[in-house]
Design a protein around this ligand. Structure first.
Ligand SMILES: [Ca+2]
Ligand SMILES: [Ca+2]
Length: 111
């Protein structure tokens, strides 16, 4: 039993997303919020807590082989949503920037 807690603690330390898969139920608010927060923190280059389209595009660029494959597969299946489409849908007040709340709403709607 002790071992399990140790593993969970390790996962918490290294990767919230990995932990989210095993500890939190899929699609729980906590997981989504963490993911959105982390994404904004990482790609918000001018640190105003909002993402412009330019900043969002950097997030959407596939960075690994797996991501490129997923993107290709989605395009084939017709489930691919372009960065421009997603951004437009997320930016509900249409001010050209996506806030944490706007992104969170979008993520919740697309789970
Ligand atoms: Ca920004
Ligand atoms: Ca907005």
């Amino acid at each position: 039993m002790k071992k399990i807690f140790f593993v969970i603690a390790l996962l918490m330390f290294f990767d919230v997303d990995v932990m989210a898969k095993y500890v939190y139920p899929a699609g729980s608010t906590t997981t989504t919020e963490r993911r959105v927060n982390r994404r904004i923190k990482r790609y918000d280059s001018n640190e105003d807590e909002k993402l412009t389209f330019e900043e969002y595009k950097k997030y959407r660029e596939p960075k690994t082989f797996e991501e490129r494959q997923l993107e290709r597969r989605a395009k084939k299946k017709g489930t691919y949503i372009s960065p421009a489409e997603a951004f437009k849908e997320m930016d509900t007040d249409g001010d050209g920037e996506v806030t944490r709340e706007e992104m969170l709403e979008y993520e919740k709607a697309h789970q």
